[in-house]
Write a protein that binds this ligand. Sequence first.
Ligand code: CU
Length: 128
Amino acid sequence: MVTTIPRVNVVVTVLFIFVFTGCSLRESMSPLLGSEPEAGSIADRIPRTLRLYFKSLPNVDLSNVSLSGPAGAYALRGLHTMGEDDLMVEIYRPMLVDGEYRVEWEVKFNDDRATASGEYDFSVRVTP
Ligand SMILES: [Cu+2]
């Protein structure tokens, strides 16, 4: 009984270390530098587009972005780059409503043979 509490502490500490180093490691290695809507953010306006910023210029033809949320998979159209090491795509249909969304991306860069991929979430909360 007496040893139970320290053991739990050790497990919790190890978990924390794992989670924190895992996060920082992933962040430093991910070529995704930012996005609109931002990862983890709560949008107070309906987003019409997704924009992802990378470490270098993505190859649009060899890259893909997808969006899922309350209505399942969303149709996106017109994946392109604005030439600022970004990918941009229009959220075609259905229109977003309040809820949780997940963006998944898979990117090939012009200056890198490797494929990079990842995902992030954001929320929409327009109605008070
Ligand atoms: Cu654009």
